[in-house]
Design a protein around this ligand. Structure first.
Ligand code: EPU
Length: 355
């Protein structure tokens, strides 16, 4: 039995029956294949920054991804960067920015490993990894072979991909290739980021630094000195809803007095005429204040969308808080929030579903 809480940024969760650390691609494949052949459950563990482990732990094999290696090669106008799944993401971003390669500078300060980035199409401040990913190398557990998937096959969407949806648990990401622009300009697509850079030259490095400062102010940079960073980042995805639901939420917020005269609800255009709402805003306006506690779990004091472990929280407390938040938003604003993290050791993939 191996305690898992130290492998998660939330620092929550019971033990795993077995943990295998894989430092080579071959070891990682073997670790998963062996367990699959035995009929054991498998949890592929990266940085543990988007993971909630049950209090009872995980009754199966945890394959910890510790593969390393980054290679750069010129591909026409771009530089192809191939990184092993176990490479720490933030260090990779720092290196690419220092080398003058544009395309991931807004994704600085994000915890976790490279292999997790395509799974939920990691994104922040106007950039998503799907903007630059060209290939994903993966172990196909169903067919028992290594595959190279082109970006177009990965079905990327907002916080979504083939790896998360249709083929959940089918692929183990082994390496990811990104195409970056040498000497390219930084992406300035997020109002908050553009404002933070006012009066300064926007270079890859200043954008990266500004992103890290913004994240830090929201408790979204791992820091032993910041209790609000003991979280899994955003606990819910921003809901993408139809126009009627968006209007309904705004009308209800207005009727309840949560939306004041002259104020409007934040909303962003999403594909297919849909509307993306700001989950953090909905949580606040549903009456759940920052810092709200349930046992040792709490809503972050810096950002309503992060649920944090204030010290000694259990998964049970965290999920009770998450359910309370979700129920408040549903009851007051008519929008149902969906959790973002991966859950391990629970009876269902989404332990919040159906109450
Ligand atoms: N807001 C509030 N109260 C809060 C926080 C936010 O009202 O406490 C409202 C504000 O109106 C704000 C809006 O929500 O303008 C958006 O907030 P923010 O810019 O912080 O971004 P977010 O939508 O809450 C998303 C990602 C983050 C990413 C940021 C920046 C999701 C689920 N989260 O958060 O990603 O860093 O945008 O691009 O899409 C993560 O996934 O773990 C994560 C941290």
């Amino acid at each position: 039995m191996v305690p898992l809480e130290g492998f998660t940024t939330l620092r929550i969760g019971g033990p795993a029956r077995e943990l295998v650390e894989a430092t080579t691609e071959g070891d990682l494949i073997d670790a998963v294949r062996e367990a699959d052949e035995r009929g054991d459950r498998v949890l592929v563990l990266g940085g543990g920054s988007n993971l909630v482990v049950a209090d009872a732990g995980f009754d199966g094999r945890v394959a910890r991804v510790a593969t390393r290696g980054v290679s750069l090669s010129r591909e026409g106008e771009r530089v192809a960067v191939r990184a092993a799944a176990g490479e720490p993401w933030d260090a990779l971003v720092a290196r690419l920015v220092d080398e003058g390669l544009a395309g991931v500078e807004c994704l600085a300060g994000i915890p976790g490993l490279v292999g997790a980035t395509p799974v939920q199409n990691v994104g922040a401040y106007g950039q998503e990894v799907s903007d630059t990913i060209t290939r994903v190398r993966a172990w196909d557990r169903r067919d028992g072979r290594v595959v190279e998937l082109a970006a177009g096959q990965c079905d990327f969407g907002y916080r979504d991909s083939l790896f998360k949806r249709d083929a959940r648990d089918r692929y183990v990401v082994l390496a990811v290739t990104f195409a970056l622009r040498p000497g390219g300009a930084p992406a300035l697509r997020y109002g908050e980021l553009t404002r933070a850079l006012e009066g300064r030259d926007a270079t890859l490095a200043t954008v990266r630094d500004a992103v890290v400062s913004l994240r830090r102010a929201k408790g979204m940079v791992l820091d032993a000195g910041d209790p609000d960073s003991q979280s899994a980042g955003s606990f819910f995805v921003n809901p993408v809803v139809d126009e009627d639901t968006a209007r309904g939420a705004e009308a209800r917020a207005r009727a309840s007095g949560a939306l004041r005269e002259g104020e409007s609800m934040p909303r962003f255009a999403a594909p297919g005429g849909r509307v993306k709402l700001a989950a953090g805003w909905l949580i606040e306006r549903a009456g759940v204040a920052k810092g709200t506690r349930l046992g040792n779990a709490a809503v972050s004091q810096k950002h309503s969308l992060a649920l944090v472990n204030r010290g000694g929280a259990t998964a049970r407390e965290l999920l009770a808080l998450a359910a309370m938040v979700r129920d408040a938003v549903r009851a007051r604003l008519g929008v149902t929030l969906t959790p973002e993290p991966v859950f391990a050791g629970f009876d269902r993939d989404d332990p919040l579903a159906s109450g």
